[in-house]
Design a protein around this ligand. Sequence first.
Ligand SMILES: *[C@@H]1O[C@H](CO)[C@@H](O)[C@H](O)[C@H]1NC(C)=O
Ligand SMILES: *[C@@H]1O[C@H](CO)[C@@H](O)[C@H](O)[C@H]1NC(C)=O
Ligand SMILES: *[C@@H]1O[C@H](CO)[C@@H](O)[C@H](O)[C@H]1NC(C)=O
Ligand SMILES: *[C@@H]1O[C@H](CO)[C@@H](O)[C@H](O)[C@H]1NC(C)=O
Ligand SMILES: *[C@@H]1O[C@H](CO)[C@@H](O)[C@H](O)[C@H]1NC(C)=O
Length: 439
Amino acid sequence: MASSSSSSSLSLLLLFFLLIVSSSVAKTSSRPKALLLQVTKDAKTLQYVTQISQRTPLVPVKLTVDLGGDYMWVNCERTYTSSTYRPAPCGSAACQLLNTTSCTTECYSAPAPDCYNNTCGHGPTNSVANTGTSGQLGADVITIQSTNGKNVLKVVTVPRLYFVCGTNFIEAGLAAGVTGMAGLGRTGASIPSQLSSYFKFDRKFALCLSSSTKSSGVVFFGNGPYTLLPNIDASSSLTYTPLIINPVTENGFLGDASPKYFIGVTSIKINDKPVGINASLLSIDAEGYGGTTISTADPYTVLESSIYRAVVSAFVKAMPKNVQRVPSIAPFGACFGSKNISSTRLGPGVPSIDLVLQSKSVYWRIFGANSMVEAKKDVLCLAFVEARTDFRPRFAVVIGGHQIEDNLLQFDLSASRLGFSSSLLGRSTTCANFNFTSA
Ligand SMILES: *[C@@H]1O[C@H](CO)[C@@H](O)[C@H](O)[C@H]1NC(C)=O
Ligand SMILES: *[C@@H]1O[C@H](CO)[C@@H](O)[C@H](O)[C@H]1NC(C)=O
Ligand SMILES: *[C@@H]1O[C@H](CO)[C@@H](O)[C@H](O)[C@H]1NC(C)=O
Ligand SMILES: *[C@@H]1O[C@H](CO)[C@@H](O)[C@H](O)[C@H]1NC(C)=O
Ligand SMILES: *[C@@H]1O[C@H](CO)[C@@H](O)[C@H](O)[C@H]1NC(C)=O
């Protein structure tokens, strides 16, 4: 192709102009309606691990998903190199998102993430290891995959996602390679809140955790559909229950509400028969104790002792007589030979456990796949554990990872309600069935 140098520079200029126009059009016309994070279950720790890209230049950052976490935190004590990190000045709108009055006026080391003057902070916590520290709030670039709810679309950029700097100390206990936690909690600073306010989509997100350590589940941000193969929209036919506010946080400042999500369980039924428990434990008292929360930091549902004993005893009684009880395997309290338990663990045989919600007709039914775990070959155990504490446990029921796997949970923050699907195995799909291929 022959061309004079002046016409080629003209066409370059034109190309440049077109690029500017098309990129500004792209910005307005293709603002994503939903985003997603791929989530894998770590076999060793049973933590649910995701990955984002952060900083300039971008680096992959692995994070443990913390459904009840206030915000994202990342260990800045490891190398944190980025030309786009910006500390949050005390009193700024970003600091107000954290509802924090804590301010570092002067830091006497070289300026670096977690050491800036006049920067607000908060106490990031590792909700797996129950450790905490203090750290500064700052923002940096992240990129995240967008989605049409069926496939993945292009990667999009969030120029300023606020997070708190953590340390080596609170990183301990996280899965291999993980350097922080992805807080999805009920705050203005959590990942879902920041994403929906930046991209201006519905304040909703959904969790679909895979029970397999070999194939990934997904967290969706924004509205459905949330389509799983073969072609099932897991956001259709959800049951809804109000999300309840616990007015007292466990880790933060006095006067702050808990960042965790609570639902109003009013009774527990096993094979449709009510379990005798002290119902007052199920409501949240003035000090923030009691009630039912959901946690991705606990691999199994944790029950207050008296509730635990009542549930185990009712479950054992409801188990068919031809299923042999065998010695318990810690931390579980009721184990059975698996020979006579239906192989799908969904069908008849394993007693159903219902968490009854706002009325008798609204309940979250837990089937065998979510109530039983294979503790060793040929032994299945009731996958609930007792709250181990010398004091009164903070919550009566903490619904853990095993009980929410292969269920879709949609947190609708505007309507303050939880939509839940119950087991997707009943609809012949699982949370490992999202098609991560690009459309
Ligand atoms: C903070 O301000 C003090 C006093 O002005 C200064 O000595 C120090 O180097 C500053 N620290 C950072 C991290 O900029
Ligand atoms: C923020 O703090 C104020 C005063 O302590 C409190 O009334 C308010 O509920 C807090 N907001 C949140 C979201 O916790
Ligand atoms: C039920 O639990 C509440 C809260 O812990 C306690 O005050 C009350 O005594 C309990 N009632 C019974 C009958 O055990
Ligand atoms: C299975 O059921 C048979 C007959 O009902 C019984 O003899 C056997 O002990 C049971 N085995 C286990 C492991 O529960
Ligand atoms: C996954 O999505 C891709 C792109 O739309 C499509 O070509 C492929 O057939 C899908 N996979 C399955 C198993 O449906």
